[in-house]
Design a binder for this molecule. Structure first.
Ligand code: ADP
Length: 258
């Protein structure tokens, strides 16, 4: 808290009054703290893949290049780390665009089943390779929602991507929908590892991960759910989660019906 005290006094007369101005700077301090933490997180996330790219490159330059088999292995790792950096930068740009209000959303009346089908088709191969069954239960309902198509695709893709990532082989990922009054509820449900309730509130924060090592290994940037939350809010919608550890999770997106 800062305090300004001003006494007003005309020459030769007693003070006419005292003005106390109280500034509550706790919110400013909190925002500054969040900004500093974000910069520290971004730097760390960029540094990790860059350090390994540098290490592999140096090993190659120091002679490993002559050993074709090892050279190929190292180049594959460099390629993986470069993809990781690329993904991280694309996610950071998405967040920056949405937060600065520069993202132009074109909200129209979209046929939900069509958007869901497009998203699920994109994950067909990956889910098969991971032994996961994808189920689409949106087809029958001819729901139309008020949404920007690109944003809705990004929201559903991030949720389906996570559902596949955090579900062991043999599991199922289902996309379903229903209505609540004027609202369409789109749910992505998995039979995966689930999330303890103490984490639910913080999942949508930038770089928040339940298990850092596991998520990094699975290739996440830690920004997916933060982007989902921003995009839902930008379309006057919302996102929520229900989950039971060891049984699975359901992420529910709420959007206005057309
Ligand atoms: P990441 O890129 O690490 O997956 P996200 O922002 O998409 O980042 O998700 C944040 C964290 O939430 C993840 O690291 C993971 O711990 C948890 N999470 C997200 N979706 C699921 C899910 N379907 N099942 C279990 N945990 C999940």
């Amino acid at each position: 808290l800062t305090l300004d005290v001003q006494a007003t006094q005309l020459a030769g007369t007693p003070p006419a009054g005292v003005v106390l101005v109280l500034h509550d700077i706790s919110e400013l301090k909190r925002l500054e703290g969040l900004r500093q933490q974000f910069v520290a997180n971004v730097s760390h996330e960029l540094k990790t893949p860059l350090s390994s790219i540098k290490a592999y490159t140096e090993t190659l330059l120091n002679g490993a290049l002559e050993d074709t088999e090892h050279a190929r292995q190292f180049l594959t790792r460099i390629d993986d780390q470069t993809s990781r950096l690329h993904e991280l930068i694309l996610d950071l740009l998405s967040i920056a665009r949405i937060e600065s209000g520069q993202a132009t959303l074109e909200v129209t009346n979209l046929l939900l089943s069509k958007v869901v089908r497009t998203c699920l088709d994109d994950f067909e191969e990956r889910s098969k390779a991971g032994g996961i069954t994808l189920k689409n239960q949106v087809a029958e309902q001819q729901l139309r929602v008020q949404a920007d198509e690109e944003s809705l695709v990004q929201i559903l893709s991030n949720l389906i991507d996570n559902a596949i990532k955090y579900t062991p082989a043999g599991g199922t990922v289902t996309v379903s929908s229903h209505t609540e009054g004027e609202i369409a509820v789109i749910e992505v449900t998995d039979t995966g590892i689930g999330i303890e309730s103490e984490h639910h509130e913080r999942l949508f924060e930038r770089f928040y991960r339940v298990d850092k090592a596991r998520s990094r290994e699975l290739g996440g940037t830690g920004l997916g759910l933060a982007i989902v939350k921003h995009l839902c809010q930008a379309m006057q919608g919302s996102i929520s989660v229900k989950s039971t550890p060891g049984q699975g999770s359901t992420f529910a997106v709420r959007l206005r019906l057309a």
